[in-house]
Ligand binder design. Structure first.
Ligand code: NAD
Length: 403
C-alpha cells in the first residue's frame, strides 16, 4: 500500500487598482500631481528614468521641477530606441536603483518617456525587490494611448519582441499631451496606428473622426485648438462625455479619450490575458515578426498598420468587409501617414509569424478580423494559401505590382 498523498493548495487573489489621469503641464513647478502619492506616504526623494532624447528636450524642466519642490532626485538616462529595449537596460535600472537606495514603500520610480522606456522601467520595477511601485509619464502617442494604460512590461530578447516581461501596472499614469508637440510626424502616425486599431475593432465613430480629421490631427500633433489639452470637465464622467458623441470635445481630445476608453474597456476585464481571444490583438498577429525582422526600419505602429492592412484584405476576401470599406480603411492608413505594405509581406515571413502567434495563443490562431468597420470576429482556419493570396492582393492594391 502506498503512503497517503499529502498536499496543500494555496489560493489567493490580489486586487489591482491603478489610475490614469489627464494632467496638463505635468512638470510645471507648481503642479503637485507628480509628487502626490496614492497612499499619502510619499517620501522626499524620487528616482527618475528617462531616455536620451526626452532628456535632451525635457531634462532641464524635469530636474527644475524636483529642485523647485525640494525633492532629492536622481535622473537615469537610458539610450533610446527599440534596439535598446533589452535585459541589459533592465539591469542598468536595477543597479541604479540599488545605488540610489530606493525606498520601495515610499519612493515610486518615475518613468518619463515613450513605450520603450516605460516597458523597460516597468519590467525593472516589477523585478526589483520583487516589486517596486512606479508611475508612468508617457511622452509619445503610443505611450499615451497604449503602452501607458495597460499592465504589461517587457523587453525584447533572443531575437523576439517582448519575449521577457511581466504584468505589472504602474500605480499611476499621468497623461500630458503637450509632450507630443516635440514628437516628429512619423511617431505621431505611429501612435495613430494603435488608435486606428481600436476604431476598426470596436468604435466606428472613432474611425469617422480619423477619416474626417486625420490630416489635422497629424499636422497639429493632437493638440487642442486652444492651448493645451482641451475641455475635459472633471465633473463629467468620461463615458458620459463620449456617449454624447463628443459634442463638447474637440476632435483631438475626443480621439485620444475614445482610444484610451476603448482600450481600457477591453483590458480591464481581462488584465491577465486569461482569455486569449482579445480584439486588442488586432494588428498584432504578424506584426511582431515583421517588426523584429525589419528592425530598426519599421516602428511598432507601422508594423501594426501593415498587419491591419493585410488582415483587412483577408476580411474582404472572406466577405466580412466590403471592397468599399476595405478601400476606406486603406485610405485612412494613407491619410495618417502609415504604411500599408512592406517587402517582408511574403509567405516565408508571414507563415512562421502566424505559427509563432499560434504558440503564443495556446495552439489556436484566434486571429481577429474586422467585420465592417467597428467590429471584429476571431477565426482559426487561415491557410497558407489564403495568407499568400491576401499578401499578393495587398501588394497589387497598394503598389500596383504583383509580388
Ligand atoms: N506595454 C504595452 O502594453 C505596450 C503597448 C504598446 C506598445 N508598447 C511598446 O512601446 C514601444 C513603442 O513605443 P514608442 O512608439 O513610444 O517608442 P519609443 O519609446 O522608442 O519612442 C520613440 C522615439 O521618440 C523619442 N521621444 C519620446 N518622447 C518624445 C517627445 N515628446 N518628443 C520627441 N521625441 C520623443 C524617443 O526617445 C524615441 O527615440 C514598443 O517597444 C512596443 O512594444 C508596449
Amino acid at each position: 500500500m502506498g503512503s497517503p498523498v499529502t498536499h496543500w493548495s494555496v489560493q489567493t487573489s490580489k486586487p489591482v487598482q491603478y489610475e490614469i489621469r489627464v494632467c496638463e503641464n505635468v512638470f510645471d513647478p507648481d503642479n503637485p500631481t507628480v509628487l502626490e502619492d496614492a497612499a499619502g506616504t510619499a517620501g522626499p526623494r524620487r528616482f527618475v528614468v528617462t531616455d536620451r532624447v526626452v532628456d535632451s528636450l525635457y531634462g532641464e524642466r524635469i530636474r527644475a521641477y524636483f529642485e523647485h519642490n525640494g525633492v532629492e532626485h536622481q535622473v537615469l538616462v537610458l539610450d533610446d530606441g527599440e534596439e535598446h529595449k533589452s535585459v541589459e537596460a533592465v539591469l542598468r535600472v536595477s543597479e541604479a536603483l540599488d545605488a540610489f537606495g530606493v525606498d520601495r514603500r515610499r519612493e515610486p520610480v518615475v518613468a518619463v518617456g515613450g513605450g520603450v522606456l516605460m516597458d523597460i522601467v516597468g519590467f525593472a520595477a516589477s523585478l526589483y525587490r520583487r516589486s517596486t511601485p512606479f508611475i508612468r509619464i508617457p511622452t509619445t502617442l503610443i505611450g499615451l494611448v497604449d503602452a501607458g494604460v495597460g499592465a504589461k512590461t517587457g523587453v525584447n530578447h533572443n531575437g523576439h519582441k517582448n519575449r521577457l516581461g511581466t504584468y505589472f501596472p504602474a500605480d499611476r499614469t499621468l497623461l500630458d499631451r503637450t509632450f507630443l508637440t516635440t514628437l516628429d510626424g512619423r511617431h505621431i502616425s505611429n501612435g495613430l496606428a494603435e488608435i486606428l486599431k481600436i476604431a476598426l475593432i470596436k468604435d466606428a465613430r472613432l474611425f469617422d473622426l480619423l477619416e474626417q480629421h486625420g490630416a489635422d490631427l497629424l499636422e497639429n500633433k493632437l493638440q487642442s485648438p486652444a492651448a493645451g489639452i482641451g475641455p475635459t470637465p472633471a465633473d463629467v464622467p468620461v463615458d458620459q462625455r463620449l456617449a454624447s458623441r463628443g459634442l463638447h470635445l474637440d476632435p483631438a481630445t475626443e480621439v485620444v479619450e475614445r482610444a484610451i476608453h476603448g482600450m481600457l474597456e477591453e483590458l480591464q476585464p481581462n488584465l491577465w490575458e486569461k482569455v486569449l481571444e482579445r480584439v486588442v490583438d488586432y494588428g498584432h498577429t504578424f506584426s511582431p515578426t515583421i517588426e523584429m525582422h525589419a528592425l530598426p526600419a519599421l516602428l511598432h505602429g507601422e508594423a501594426v498598420s501593415v498587419d491591419m492592412a493585410l488582415t483587412t484584405v483577408m476580411a474582404e476576401r472572406r466577405g466580412l468587409v466590403s471592397a468599399y470599406q476595405r478601400d476606406r480603411i486603406l485610405g485612412v492608413m494613407n491619410l495618417l501617414g502609415l504604411p500599408v505594405w512592406h517587402p517582408l509581406c511574403t509567405p516565408e515571413v508571414l507563415q512562421p509569424a502566424l505559427c509563432d502567434t499560434v504558440r503564443h495563443r495556446d495552439g489556436k490562431q484566434r486571429l481577429p478580423l474586422p467585420v465592417g468597420i467597428g467590429s471584429a470576429v476571431f477565426v482559426n482556419d487561415v491557410t497558407e494559401s489564403e495568407l499568400a493570396s491576401a499578401a499578393r492582393e495587398l501588394a497589387l492594391l497598394t503598389t500596383g505590382a504583383a509580388r
